[in-house]
Design a protein around this ligand. Structure first.
Ligand SMILES: [Zn+2]
Length: 531
């Protein structure tokens, strides 16, 4: 994508933010014309001449060769989808990598990021631009300034405390435990007391759990969780927001926006692209366990056991990762004590724009309520698309590590698992199978690879809005599924949005892109043509 076109696309997003947030002031300088910032030497020494390349993968043989070559050279595979994989690689190592690949793949790569060190440097907020950090908690500052940029832990913790203290009637801040390095893993509960008119709320509290930040570098997941919880808290107004009122009456929402605080902090202080937690391993120079490979259901760490340096290192045994253990024991304690029954679980990640449902560890086994999972996942993708025009794929979570072969004799496409990305021990499978959470999803947020983990801040609010509309759809679906008055007979369009509203111009969005309107006006389910 040319610089000018990219800038145009970003301007569209800027316009979108300005429609909902009048304080937003995008940079007046054109990125295309401004000189590149001088790169501090520490960035070059850490990221060298690394680039990120996307390889097209068409066959099982190519997938296997790619996986083995990446494994041999200890490369960081950023994302792997059905027909492509993004890999970070040094320019110097690229020729060696190509020699390990079949001839059909020699020309199959395109650049995603051509100068990783510069891109990482530019992904951090400039010290003077982070107004929320400078003026935080000041009464005269608009609250949404928090979403002008990605925020470090030193801002997130007090922001959560402030939210909880401002709305004590329906909000409670707590911790699910401490991380390996001793930081709180914050959680926030949003919900009102049980609704007396609904006897089904007498028992354990029905609860929707939303986690984010399991992988440290996926900043958009944490900012999106923050956007969702802030939107629910601020819009709690049963008279004017009956859907939110109903949801918070019948459900608790529990958000864990930074499941991996040590890793997140490390991405701010040392290495923007850190993925795992910061736990010591058997190798002193290779810290970190991948939280999303560490959960006890179908843990398959044996493959990675000898390699703590791997980005997907699952530890020496299930739940060795401290933060995964904390989440697991908190969740088990809540269900075993009959305090809660988990109605839904959503684990936010990035990137690739996909709504994924169980199972992650295998494609050979179908979940028992596959039809419901598919219906909701398709609905979520529809809500995202109608909100912003961004298309999200829907699939089983196992598919990320599966490549399609050429058609077999039966005419079907055989699927063969590769090792491009190990996928046992996921939070998704654990909540679905071991905690019997019937509606469990992993959502990989923006983008589809233009920036990958280094997603520009201009995406924070739009991604939050599309996820909020998805969450409201999920809420309506759950209310209807429980037979709650006013929601039990909703059609798919009622739940996820209607296709009729077509908006061709960003200027048409002024009144529709407002999460205050979600309940009252189906016109909020707008869409823009895909750009
Ligand atoms: Zn992730």
């Amino acid at each position: 994508m040319s610089c000018v076109f990219k800038e145009f696309a970003e301007e569209v997003d800027h316009g979108l933010i300005e429609t909902i947030w009048p304080y937003y002031k995008p940079s007046p300088l054109s990125k295309c014309s401004k000189p590149q910032a001088v790169l501090p030497s520490k960035y070059h020494s850490r990221y060298g001449d690394d680039v990120v390349l996307r390889f097209k993968i068409k066959t099982e043989e190519e997938a296997l060769a790619f996986a083995e070559a990446a494994d041999t050279l200890y490369l960081d595979v950023w994302e792997a989808s059905k027909d492509w994989a993004d890999v970070r690689i040094s320019k110097k190592v690229l020729p060696s990598f190509l020699t390990l690949l079949p001839s059909s793949m020699q020309q199959s790569h395109t650049p995603v990021i051509t100068q990783l060190s510069q891109a990482v440097y530019e992904s951090y907020p400039a010290p003077s631009s982070n107004d929320y950090g400078r003026h935080r908690l000041g009464k005269d500052m608009p609250h949404d300034l928090f979403f002008e940029n990605y925020q470090p832990l030193s801002v997130i913790y007090p922001w959560l405390r402030q939210l909880a203290s401002m709305f004590p009637d329906h909000t409670q801040l707590f911790t699910i435990g401490t991380s390996f390095e001793g930081r709180d893993i914050p959680a926030i509960r949003i919900g009102t007391r049980a609704n007396s008119e609904d006897s089904s709320d007498d028992g354990p509290r029905h609860t929707i759990v939303i986690t984010a930040g399991s992988h440290a570098r996926e900043w958009i997941s944490t900012s999106t969780a923050a956007y969702l919880l802030r939107s629910l808290i601020h819009n709690f107004d049963p008279v004017h927001q009956p859907l939110i009122g109903k949801l918070l009456s019948h459900y608790d929402f529990i958000f864990v926006p930074v499941l991996n605080p040590d890793g997140y902090e490390y991405t701010w202080t040392t290495d923007r692209l850190w993925r795992k937690n910061r736990q010591e391993t058997a190798l002193p120079f290779c810290r970190g366990i991948d939280l999303d490979r560490s959960f006890p259901y179908s843990w398959d760490g044996d493959y990675q056991r000898d390699n703590p340096c791997s980005e997907s290192y699952a530890g020496e045994h299930p739940l060795q990762a401290v933060e995964a253990q904390r989440l697991t024991s908190w969740a088990k304690n809540e269900t075993e004590s009959k305090t809660r029954v988990f109605a839904a679980f959503v684990d936010l990640h990035s990137y690739s724009q996909e709504i994924l449902y169980p199972f992650s560890y295998t494609c050979d086994r179908k979940p028992k309520n596959l039809e419901d999972l598919e219906e909701i996942a398709i609905g979520l993708a529809k809500a995202f698309r109608l909100t912003s025009g961004h298309h999200y794929g829907v699939d089983s979570a196992c598919e990320g590590s599966v490549m399609l072969t050429t058609p077999s004799k039966t005419g079907k496409q055989d699927k063969v698992r590769t090792k491009v990305e190990e996928s046992g021990g996921s939070a998704l499978d654990f909540f679905y199978q071991e905690l019997s959470v019937n509606y469990a999803f992993q959502i990989k947020l923006r983008d589809t690879g233009s920036h990958g983990f280094l997603l520009p801040k201009s995406n924070i609010v739009p991604t939050g809005i599309e996820a909020f509309n998805g969450l409201m759809g999920l809420g309506k679906w759950l209310l209807g599924n429980r037979g709650i008055e006013g929601y039990k007979d909703l059609s798919s369009d009622d739940i996820w949005g209607q296709e009729e509203v077509i908006i061709n111009d960003v200027s048409d969005l002024n009144d529709s892109n407002n999460d205050n309107d979600v309940e009252e006006d189906e016109g909020t389910w707008w869409r823009r043509r895909r750009r």
